[in-house]
Ligand binder design. Structure first.
Ligand code: GDP
Ligand code: ZN
Length: 298
């Protein structure tokens, strides 16, 4: 039987079969030993399940098409948070909290590296000064090929467009806490009644905190990933050598650098730095690249 992992909690995997049937499974012993990048099984994984009479085991994990990762232990190991996501909705607020361009660039890189299509969702369009913030973000990111969607969970503006992004396949909501991720899901489908601030938050307290991750099934057919530990910065898992390819505006230039493996920091005849000097590359974007390169895994 083939299915999709909807929830992971303390070694128990909730799998939804192609028939729509939901069951709880454990992991086949030998799979626990297999070397895989990140955790053995994560939400969004496609698996083969065997068993019956209420006892099921995951026998096989199918290859992942995309992976959203973060590093742990200071970059020494990479943890996959969500497998097979189609889109990352990178939610920012026009104010409260203020948008941090560095965080947007970082999340864009995580999406690019994982093969997931990022979409920038500008929430709280009802607040004063929102238009200017949205226009600035559109001015920077639309020319790079990223879609920017204006919404307000409060007034309902843009929820139709939000729906187009979440009603098919798996979408991950990313962004700082307080930007309105839970509010957007609630405004779109009130029956979920997520407590605001509920998405991307650890459950429980203290040493024995149970961390669970799940896909929220929307009535419109889409799945939204709710992953603790994904809300804020410190998100990583991209290799140094692949960082420049995660900046779409750098890509057409890379073949023009004199040195292979050019870091685009100080080498002569660097096509990226030439484009920066000519004003063809946004200097804030270049600065994000520089900061991330310093932090990146070797
Ligand atoms: P999350 O941490 O990203 O899930 O953010 P929440 O959904 O918990 O929202 C954080 C706060 O922002 C709450 O007080 C919401 O009421 C408020 N909020 C969410 N969306 C909007 C919006 O579109 N406009 C305004 N003015 N406030 C919003
Ligand atoms: Zn270069």
């Amino acid at each position: 039987m083939r299915g999709l992992v909807h929830r992971v909690r303390g070694g128990v995997y909730t799998v939804v079969l192609e028939s729509g049937e939901l069951l709880k499974a454990s992991l086949r012993g030998r799979l626990k030993l297999e070397q895989r990048p990140g955790d053995q099984v994560v939400i969004g994984d496609r698996v083969r399940v065997a068993g019956g009479d209420g006892t099921y085991t995951i026998e096989e994990i199918f290859p992942r098409e995309t992976a959203i990762t973060r590093s742990r232990f200071g970059g020494r190991s990479v943890k996959v948070l969500v497998a097979n996501a189609d889109r990352m909705l990178l939610v920012v607020a026009t104010a409260r909290p203020q948008t941090r361009r560095g965080l947007i660039d970082r999340l864009l890189v995580v999406a690019e590296a994982g093969g997931v299509v990022p979409i920038i969702v500008v929430n709280k369009m009802d607040l004063q000064g929102a238009l200017a913030v949205a226009e600035e973000l559109e001015g920077v990111y639309e020319p790079l090929g990223y879609e920017v969607v204006r919404v307000s969970a409060l007034t309902g503006e843009g929820l139709g467009q939000f729906g187009e992004k979440v009603c098919q396949g798996i979408a991950v909501l990313a962004g700082s806490s307080g930007v309105g991720k839970s509010s957007l899901v609630n405004a779109f489908e009130p029956e979920h009644r997520l407590r605001t601030g509920e998405l991307s938050r650890k459950r429980g307290t203290g040493r024995h905190t149970t961390v669970s991750a799940s896909l929220i099934q929307l009535g419109c057919g889409g799945l939204v990933a709710d992953t603790p530990g994904f809300s804020d910065v410190g998100l990583w898992g991209v290799r140094r050598s692949e960082l420049d390819t995660c900046f779409p505006e750098f890509r057409p230039l890379l073949a023009g650098c004199r040195f292979r493996g050019c870091s685009h920091l100080h080498e002569p005849d660097c096509a990226v730095r030439n484009a920066l000097d000519d004003g063809a590359i946004n200097s804030d974007r270049y600065e994000s690249y520089r900061v991330m390169l310093e932090e990146s895994d070797p």
